[in-house]
Design a protein around this ligand. Structure first.
Ligand SMILES: C[S@@+](CC[C@H](N)C(=O)[O-])C[C@H]1O[C@@H](n2cnc3c(N)ncnc32)[C@H](O)[C@@H]1O
Length: 251
């Protein structure tokens, strides 16, 4: 597959793993490791790898590959697990990696969420699979790949990236035929300062505009309020706050 995409397998796999931005001594999850083709490259870094797969058969071939490559078995643990239920505590890993099977995981959002759950705050998640870049959809390149293998019809599932992800990137590798999603793990929604006042005639802040909405008034009254606020050199938001506070005697 690498050859037909005019790429050198080892170079591509090293590039994919660079996306993890690993530091020496990191503890890394590789799920869907298959026959450990990436595991060998992960072990080139000074890290510990937990390489898991759903299939006993794949893991057996993977173990043999690692033995043949004289891998350091103090730094690699093979285990059988489903990406949807990883047998690790929250935040156990510095990074989580998957390549090659994401499109066919039973629930992509739940799989990415589970990979994210086991990575510490500030760690990285990287996942990729077949999916020709959308800008190439009209090319013979895309049509030929999709004709031979319908998996190339998939799109990068960026809508399934967890809300807690930050610095989300999506790039296409192997000449644009595989997507690679990567992100840093954080928690909750991105932060937003709700109280910065907007300049201009409307005024207000995100908090006032989003959480402070009142029932409407007639269009004519609205226009008159806008005019009155402008005449007093005030934003509409500030004028309304002042006037409504005075009307209910609130400071
Ligand atoms: C196409 S292979 C890719 C293997 C390897 N990552 C590589 O790049 O050579 C996809 C792997 O995902 C595994 N897999 C499929 N569903 C899985 C699941 N729910 N949980 C864990 N692994 C799964 C398969 O057994 C298979 O080994």
């Amino acid at each position: 597959m690498f050859k037909m995409l005019l790429s050198e397998q080892a170079t591509v796999r090293e590039d994919l793993i660079d996306t993890l931005k690993l530091h020496s001594g990191a503890r890394v999850l590789e799920i869907g490791c298959g026959t450990c083709r990436d595991t060998i490259h992960l072990l080139n870094r000074n890290i510990t790898v937990y390489a898991g797969d759903l299939s006993h058969e794949m893991l057996a071939i993977g173990q043999q590959r690692l033995q043949d490559a004289a891998a350091d078995f103090d730094r690699v643990r093979l285990f059988r697990a489903d990406v949807m239920r990883l047998p690790f505590a929250d935040g156990f890993f510095d990074a989580a990696y998957h390549f090659g099977g994401l499109n066919l995981f039973p629930d992509i959002a739940a799989s990415l969420a589970e990979m994210t759950r086991v990575v510490r705050h500030g760690g990285r998640v990287v996942a990729g699979d077949e999916g020709v870049g959308p800008w190439l959809s009209s090319t013979n390149f895309a049509k030929i790949l999709k004709n031979s293998n319908p998996l190339f019809e998939h799109s990068a599932p960026i809508q399934h990236v967890p809300i807690s992800a930050r610095n989300v990137d999506c790039r296409w590798v192997l000449n644009g035929s595989f997507y690679l999603i990567s992100f840093d793990v954080s928690s909750g929604e991105p932060g937003l300062d709700l109280d910065v006042e907007f300049p201009g005639w409307r005024g207000g802040s995100h908090r006032k505009r989003y959480f402070g909405r009142l029932e409407g008034v007639s269009p004519q009254l609205r226009d008159n309020v806008v005019k009155q606020a402008a005449a007093e050199g005030s934003s509409v938001s500030a004028w309304l706050e002042k006037t409504l506070r005075a009307a209910i005697s609130e400071k």
